[in-house]
Design a protein around this ligand. Structure first.
Ligand code: C5P
Length: 401
């Protein structure tokens, strides 16, 4: 699958903040992902990075001057926004934000921003008092009201020696915002389809410091969420606690227990499809304690269990049942027989069965038996991303019909 950012066209406006040096890393990261970049370096930006370094990294010329005869003969300030899909201002200084809010057009960057007909994302950075100043906050709100997206500055040590909010967001986060922007714009075959996915483990509390969980990493469910978002679906991912990076471009609802996951899933209805990938604990602790359970001599605590709701089964029989309900069956023996009977017991449409006696849980590979009421397909061993893409393909075919 090609990278979502491949061949996307981005106009980067580099403002004059000390953090401008970070835009070189930002450019490198975006270029690695296939983004085609044009850049405007403001007079302030020029104090921190050189046109040569920006130009070398974007592999194109750098625009600087509103009154450059050669550039403006081609109406540079208009063309630069028309030719790109997105405008990113990073770093955005307090001055640039103020000028944008007031519609001032006194240099190439501000004139291009005023003439822009493309979405704009700004990544502000400044001293924390400048950021907190009512003037900046007022400008920020004005820009937000006009539909400009803001990547908030981070907290920490500032170049001026003070500590507070004002650091440029991490390069990773800026790239992620750019990615999310393009993911939300995908006009794919699953455009308009609302798909809910449960993923990861659930935690069932014993007391405030102890819980019962399982080995699910969330990798397979997250990969499915990403694959479906790439097809244009409106994905809600209901995730138990995991340690892996969250997918971009999907709505994420974090939950802990099976009962929370059940409620969150029900809240997403009506939906077109539900995919239950989560390894939901079958039981919760009936006598969970409000306080940490203390050792009591030789007496061992007695944990009583109560059954958890079965999300897959409940939604399969729900009055608002999605048109397509898909479950997973993680088995360690009699994989096919158990999975086939699960299709009926749960009342879902498809089951993806896998043998988890090996390293599937937490690992990167998976081998799926794809079971429907019509029959069985044995998929070869693949990485979880490929499983996700193959499943997304089957879902696309389903909705085509
Ligand atoms: O019954 P079993 O746990 O083997 O079923 C697995 C399938 O059912 C998975 O799709 C899992 O996400 C779903 N499930 C659920 N709620 C439960 C237990 C399992 O949604 N309480």
């Amino acid at each position: 699958m090609t990278d979502i950012l491949q061949d996307k066209k981005l106009l980067l406006i580099i403002g004059g903040g000390i953090a401008a040096y970070k835009c070189l890393d930002l450019i490198r990261r975006l270029r690695e992902r296939g983004v085609i970049i044009q850049a405007i370096l403001t007079k302030g930006g020029l104090q921190f990075v050189t046109p040569l370094s920006v130009s070398s990294l974007i592999e194109d010329k750098v625009y600087q001057d509103l009154f450059s005869l050669t550039d403006e003969a081609e109406m540079g300030h208009i063309r630069l926004s028309r030719e790109n899909d997105l405008i990113l201002v990073a770093p955005a200084t307090a001055d640039l934000m103020a000028k944008m809010a007031c519609g001032i057009a006194d240099n190439l960057a501000t004139t291009t921003l005023l003439a822009a007909n493309k979405p704009i994302i700004i990544a502000p950075t400044m001293n924390s008092q400048m950021w907190a100043n009512p003037a900046t906050q007022h400008n920020l709100n004005t820009l937000k009201e006009r539909g400009i997206s803001v990547i908030n500055p981070a907290d920490g040590d500032l170049a001026c020696g003070e500590i507070g909010t004002g650091r440029l967001a991490e390069v990773d986060d800026i790239v992620a915002e750019v990615e999310a922007f393009f993911l939300n714009k995908i006009d794919g075959p699953l455009q308009g389809k609302k798909i809910t996915i449960t993923a990861g483990p659930t935690y069932e509390e014993i007391d405030p410091v102890r819980y019962i969980a399982n080995r699910s990493s969330g990798k397979q469910g997250y990969a499915i969420a990403t694959a479906l978002a790439h097809e244009g679906a409106d994905v809600t991912l209901i995730s138990g606690p995991t340690n892996i990076e969250k997918p971009r471009g999907v709505n994420i609802i974090d939950v802990k227990s099976a009962r929370d996951m059940m409620a969150a899933t029900e809240n997403t209805l009506p939906a077109d499809a539900l995919i239950c990938v989560a390894a939901v604990a079958d039981w919760h602790v009936k006598n969970a304690n409000d306080q940490k359970i203390k050792k009591q001599g030789n007496d061992l605590p007695i944990i009583e269990f109560a059954e958890n709701p079965d999300i897959l089964k409940t939604i399969s029989h729900h009055e608002n049942r999605p048109k397509l309900v898909i479950g997973f069956a993680a088995e360690t023996e009699n994989v096919l027989d158990n999975a086939k009977s699960k299709l009926n017991k749960k009342g879902c449409d498809w089951i993806l069965a896998n043998d988890v006696s090996g390293t599937v849980m937490g690992g990167d590979q998976n081998q799926i038996h794809f079971i429907t009421n019509e029959g069985l397909e044995n998929w070869p061993t693949m990485d979880k991303k490929s499983v996700a893409e193959k499943l997304a393909h089957s879902i696309k075919e389903f909705f085509k019909e």
